[in-house]
Design a protein around this ligand. Sequence first.
Ligand SMILES: [Zn+2]
Length: 273
Amino acid sequence: MKIYLMTDMEGCAGILNFKDWVFPEGRYYDKGKRLLTLEVNAVAEGFFAAGADEVLVADGHGHGGIDPELLDERLQLLKGLTKPIFPFGLDSTFDAFACVGQHAKAGTPFSHMTHTGTFLAIDETVQGISIGEYGQMALCARELGVPTIFAAGEEAFAREAEALTPGVVTVGVKRGLLPDGLDDLSSEEYGEAKLAAIHLAPAGARKMLTAGAKAALEKFKEHPESFTYPEIRPPYEIRLRCRRHSGRTSPYTLVRRHPTSFIGAMNAPFHEE
Ligand SMILES: [Zn+2]
């Protein structure tokens, strides 16, 4: 069993805000990387306990979210932008796709550090289905014939994953305390607007992650058909509704398309509509 594990920082327990924890100039950036890396190790522990042979960890946080020195010795690390960027080194040789440290998509109520890619997004859709960073990768996995078996991050994200990819096993490690409905905010304002949450202690979260990952792989081995994807058909049209920002006074929409491939659409340039 060969598993691809996508990672992000903002959905980890103990990552409290953007400015101190996930940017290189932040005073707790190194601590933030440590928190994510230990969550990655906890997930890998569960996968190996359930019989995984190989786990590739993809560092999906733009500035880097993994401290290679702290990685479990059985893991491999992928960092850097592939060409084309999507599907970030995932291919059909993997048996399963999983993620950890993921935050919910833009616009999600009661999520923490909410965004899709950047603070610019109000919402992103493909064929009318709203997707976040998780959906972007999970639907690439779908196209490659790789099932999505495990999704961990904040609580609101766990619900998002269950809705998009029924059957996926989830773990939630923190709970956002603020509603959304903030489409009128600028991107700069939105980045400051969703910063209250209740976090599990990271040590406790890691125990849940190990148990969840183990359960996910065991379920996959027994009932591979229980992990499913939404029915979507080409041609693919990805629409990104954007907030006003310092350079724009009102919201606007960007579109990218591909006649046959979702991955192709993810790599296509955006055009304003
Ligand atoms: Zn992210």
